[in-house]
Write a protein that binds this ligand. Structure first.
Ligand code: ADP
Length: 387
């Protein structure tokens, strides 16, 4: 009769393709029960948006089918997003598991369009998502979501700003300045940094799996403040294929790398245009922009978004393509990109968990060594002395 140890051992052969680790040591098997050949457990994936979720489930089913003596098998599949940012020394924004900054070298490459549609695509997988439109020079998210009248409300009891809810995601935008929105663009330096800090830490974000922060283009005060205010999961860079865009994207990348913020990868927007008349793909903006950056910085290309009238029209009419036409090829391209981004967040989270575990092991080894030589600083249990 098969025992639970054999089941666990067998499940230990299933590897998460992103994390390159087995699902048992990653703690993905929960509530396992085996009773006279009847097996049940929960497979808890690291994100509902993982591109390999189906593969992992299939591998689990295959592994169990290879065991003798299992007469019944009930598998429940859930997902719990991992914390991709270090909250150990920082309790600010502790309800937000992952914060992703979306940057670009120059304006007009579609950074806001990508931020919004990625946020909606992640939300569609079941993840809880927020979107902070920090593009001070052109806060376009309210327009793109068709939010006509929104302003920042303050919860008097909590002393917190309340995000606006739109299509299942929580939204805060520099565009919610209301009457003063034209003034926002003339604020500079410390004032801007202060406002961003408030939007981040003084907003009543609920328990979010992912907060997407749409940054202004370039390397100014806002990206710098973001990187220095709170631990981030990483930065996503949006570029178009032409050299002019990709060469300036490199500057933004360089800044975040210097600040030790992980770079999750690149999205190439307006990659190609598929002509509705001739059906041929045209590379209007050339080729290879994202590929060049990918090679130079050794980071992955996480998505190619086509140049498409529906994407532009969706933004202009306040009905993003992910909502207006979720099964269109453009929406599928956003979905693929969103899943790849979620996978990168899980990789960062797993690395972080490893580092924290080895720090703890290192700490306890250090304590053990210290105790051996009887020098525990300030510790009441110092041995070897009779008082
Ligand atoms: P950024 O945030 O980089 O300044 P936006 O997201 O505001 O850029 O996009 C600039 C313009 O390009 C908008 O009108 C938007 O609708 C359009 N746009 C962005 N991406 C695409 C795309 N893939 N296909 C068609 N139009 C796009």
């Amino acid at each position: 009769m098969v025992g639970i140890d054999q089941v666990v051992e067998k499940l230990g052969t299933v590897i998460d393709p992103d994390l390159k680790k087995d699902i048992v040591s990653m703690g993905m098997i929960k509530d396992i029960e085996l009773d006279s050949g009847k097996l049940q457990f929960t497979l808890e994936l690291t994100t509902p948006a993982c591109p390999f979720n189906e593969d992992i489930e299939n591998d689990v089913r295959k592994a169990i089918s290879e065991l003798d003596g299992i007469t019944k098998f009930d598998l429940k599949v859930t997902a719990k997003v991992m914390e991709g940012r270090s909250l150990e020394d920082d309790s600010t924004m502790s309800t937000v598991k992952n914060i992703i900054g979306v940057a670009s070298g120059k304006g007009g490459v579609g950074k806001s369009t990508v931020s919004l549609n990625i946020a909606l695509a992640l939300s569609r997988t079941g993840a809880k998502v927020g979107l902070l439109d920090a593009d001070i020079y052109g806060p376009s998210i309210p327009l793109m979501l068709g939010i006509k009248e929104a302003y920042m409300q303050v919860d008097e009891e909590k002393h917190k700003l309340q995000p606006t809810k739109s299509n299942g995601i929580e939204v805060v935008s520099f565009g919610f300045f209301g009457e003063q929105d034209h003034q926002a663009a003339i604020y500079r330096g410390p004032i801007i940094s202060g406002i961003l800090r408030q939007f981040l830490v003084d907003t009543d974000w609920s328990d979010l799996d992912y907060l997407i922060v749409d940054l202004p283009p370039g390397t100014g005060d806002i990206p710098l403040t973001l990187a220095q205010t709170i631990p981030l999961t990483g930065i996503l860079v949006v570029t178009t294929p032409q050299a002019v865009a990709s060469s300036v994207a490199v500057k933004a990348l360089g800044m975040f790398s210097k600040l030790n913020v992980p770079i999750l990868g690149i999205i190439e927007n307006m990659s190609l245009f598929e002509c509705t008349k001739c059906g041929e793909p045209h590379r209007i903006f050339g080729t290879g922009g994202a590929e060049r950056i990918s090679k130079e910085f050794d980071i992955p290309v996480l998505g190619d978004i086509p140049l498409n009238f529906g994407i532009m029209d969706g933004s202009d009419t306040g009905k993003p393509i992910m909502l207006a036409n979720p099964n269109s090829p453009s929406s599928l391209a956003f979905e693929v990109a969103a899943k790849n981004i979620a996978a990168q967040c899980s990789i960062v989270a797993a690395r972080l968990a490893d580092e924290q575990a080895s720090e703890k092991t290192g700490d306890s080894q250090a304590v053990a060594q210290t105790q051996q030589v009887g020098q525990a600083p300030g510790g009441p249990q110092t041995s070897g002395t009779d008082r």
